[in-house]
Design a protein around this ligand. Sequence first.
Ligand code: NAP
Ligand code: GDD
Length: 325
Amino acid sequence: MKKAFITGITGQDGSYLAQFLLEKGYNVYGLTRRTSTQNFERIKEIIHHPNLELISGDLVDQQSITFALQDIQPDEIYNLAAQSFVKASWEQPVLTGEFTAIGVTKVLEAMRLACPKAKFYQASSSEMFGKVREVPQNENTPFYPRSPYGVAKVYGHWITVNYRESYDLFAVSGILFNHESPRRGLEFVTRKISNTVARIKLGKEEVIELGNLDSKRDWGYAKDYVQAMWLMLQQDKADDYVIATGETHSVREFLQIACKVAGLGDYEKYYKHNKKYDRPAEVDLLIGNPEKAKKVLHWSPTISFEELVTLMVEKDLEFELKNSN
Ligand code: NAP
Ligand code: GDD
């Protein structure tokens, strides 16, 4: 049985990846940090799975990662843990650097010492393209990050490449464009919209306050994207890949479709601009070119933008109906 170690297992991607690997017959080990209240909501369906083990640790604590890897001797390591909310990275730039940048080196160092034959996946991001130098963006597009988060991810990307080249480790960087799901955190714009629109429909809210509606993102479905992570580690050669749908849509379009799906009609009746959601520097346009992943990994997205919005709104309508307060 193969063994996989996942940092960030309680997050959106970590929870889907763990489920995916358990279904493939892996033994899965998930790193979780100590919290005063448990946050296992996203892994509640798999928490009692006999092949899942949770390990206590934190990206800022080198020993917790080194000891975990020494004990487990995993075949595959997926480094998904990060301070992943772009807006918060201006409020906590140092913490973002510690977790999202230096944290990567800590996992790589632990792997180099404890299990150098393992395969390593780094969760890199289209935020690295920031103020884009080329449209669409591919593996060779130069980076121009626009937030402390984006800067930290550029570090994480290059340290992964550097460890691959310096120590001959199997280390890959997946440059993933935005991917969403009903498990997305409520602070990200897609889930904020799907959830608030559902609450408006059920009479729990009257308005939705947002920032910039004109930015455009290449939005895919998280379940498709975790499969791409796994595929990258099944190759004979370590390499970096862009994972994207190749389509871009504005926040406004997401909101328009969400209101339509919920049967609310015109979004302008509910939308209010609140400048507190604007960013000091914006990423205006992201659109990825996934040709390399399609050709080499035989990966492609399975659902359209409209289907993704519909799925998220319908799930939030169900969720808000169940939680009637
Ligand atoms: P997420 O839902 O925010 O999950 C982040 C995970 O990291 C959580 O499990 C969190 O634990 C954990 N974590 C944070 N700080 C940690 C620390 N110091 N030590 C240990 N664990 C820590 O993020 P996601 O959407 O699943 O994204 C997964 C990864 O992909 C992230 O690295 C993100 O930056 C990157 N990425 C995401 C996207 C996207 O569109 N979703 C696109 C490109 C790249 P708690 O539950 O305890 O907070
Ligand atoms: N969160 C949020 N809240 N964003 C808003 C709002 C709002 O009220 N109003 C407008 N937006 C705009 C933001 O300004 C941004 O242009 C866009 O919606 C998307 O914001 P987020 O959903 O927070 O995602 P992100 O693109 O900044 O970052 C996500 O994708 C990256 C990959 O490109 C995160 O998942 C990152 O971790 C990931 O790396």
